[in-house]
Design a protein around this ligand. Structure first.
Ligand code: UT7
Length: 332
């Protein structure tokens, strides 16, 4: 197949949250904690939590539809649907369910798992398909329902996470707006953050057992992950900026994975970026994993704060451990 190199633009965004929310006073009735502890240590005041009737596919689809509407493209225009999630409705993947619900008949669809880095890894993956001329229009959705997998008796983790979905439409563009990126992984630190499968032997024959276990609730070594984030995230943004031939001073916005306000503040300080340029909405949503970046992007866009051509540095970090940054200018 003859392919033609192309520029990449991000031209629409959308987001969706479950109907119900739980504030810090509410979660204090679930575990021994307080609004004061959660707010001062993390900046989180509220989170949305999916009911048993709400599926990952439903909220991912809604976020996707809203992104398509903003981008002014239809589901039939899509060549690819990429779903960044660690909490699919189906372990075989939920991207095809989303593709079916959208009616994106011409699109190939698959899941991408990179935990809280999933959206940035997805952005880079989508951009590669467009850049090579293989696909023209891609819907990237970051969606997670971590409430399904949090240990609701562990106050060290359950207060942090919320459920949500965010999406963007990427399209081939004469002018290249995807300016630089860097991705990294460190499996030697894998045990810092897990949602692991616990095997349970089931004998089949006298000589053979198979494993019929279950996934266990999320575990995290918070301090290690915190240290990793404040050290590695500024470095990877610098790397992506170098590739983009830009300086941190030229950024209009810093859009980080919404894990902890103290991490956002520390990264901005290291990069000497003004507080007003730091996008933050974790007070309302908590840490929504792969959804947090597109959710925060969509909210800021719909407030009219981000203008066409604004240069945004985004970075995701989390389980793997994995981390990545991308620099792009908003709009066509
Ligand atoms: O999205 C993936 C990426 N994840 C992250 O980026 C998370 C990074 N880590 C963090 O954000 C922070 O480490 C946390 C917010 C998770 C924890 O903050 P911390 O300042 O590291 O607290 P800690 O875990 O060291 O706990 C300090 C104290 C402990 O009590 P003692 O041992 O000092 O008496 C904890 O038992 O706070 C206690 N504690 C709580 N107290 C009230 C832990 N969780 C809670 C809680 N409410 N929810």
């Amino acid at each position: 197949m003859q392919t033609v190199a192309s520029g990449v633009a991000i031209i629409g965004s959308g987001s969706a949250s479950p109907a119900a929310s739980l504030d810090n006073d509410g979660i204090s009735q679930v575990v021994d904690t307080s609004d004061e502890w959660i707010a001062t240590r993390t900046g989180i005041r509220n989170r949305y939590l999916a009911s048993p009737q709400e599926s990952l596919t439903d909220i991912a689809t809604l976020a996707g539809q809203r992104a398509l509407a903003m981008a002014n493209v239809t589901a039939l225009d899509l060549d690819m649907v990429l779903l960044a999630t660690s909490t699919p409705d189906d372990l075989f993947g939920s991207a095809c369910q989303v593709q079916g619900a959208l009616g994106a008949k011409h699109a190939v669809a698959f899941d991408l798992t990179a935990a809280c880095s999933g959206f940035v890894f997805g952005l880079v993956t989508a951009a590669q398909f467009i850049r090579t001329g293989t696909y023209r229009t891609v819907l990237l959705i970051g969606a997670d329902l971590l409430s399904r997998w949090v240990d609701w008796s562990d106050r060290g983790t359950c207060v942090l996470f919320g459920d949500g979905a965010g999406a963007v439409v990427l399209q081939a563009n004469d002018c290249d707006r995807f300016l630089g990126f860097a991705l990294q992984s460190d499996g030697s630190q894998n045990s810092c953050l897990n949602l692991g499968y616990q095997p349970k032997a089931q004998p089949l024959t006298a000589n053979l057992s198979v494993s019929q276990g279950t996934y266990q609730p999320l575990t995290m070594q918070g301090k290690e992950v915190y240290r990793f984030a404040v050290n590695r995230v500024p470095e990877i943004i610098e790397k992506a900026l170098f590739q983009a031939n830009l300086d941190a001073k030229q950024l209009d916005w810093l859009l980080l994975h919404q894990a902890n306000q103290r991490i956002l503040d520390a990264v901005a300080k290291r990069l000497r970026i003004d507080d007003q340029k730091v996008i933050s909405n974790m007070a309302s949503y908590g840490n929504t994993s792969a959804a947090s970046i597109p959710l925060a992007l969509d909210e800021t866009l719909r407030k009219g704060q981000i203008k066409s051509g604004d240069v945004i540095a985004t970075a995701g970090f989390g389980a793997g451990l994995s981390w990545g940054a991308a620099i792009f200018a908003w709009g066509p």
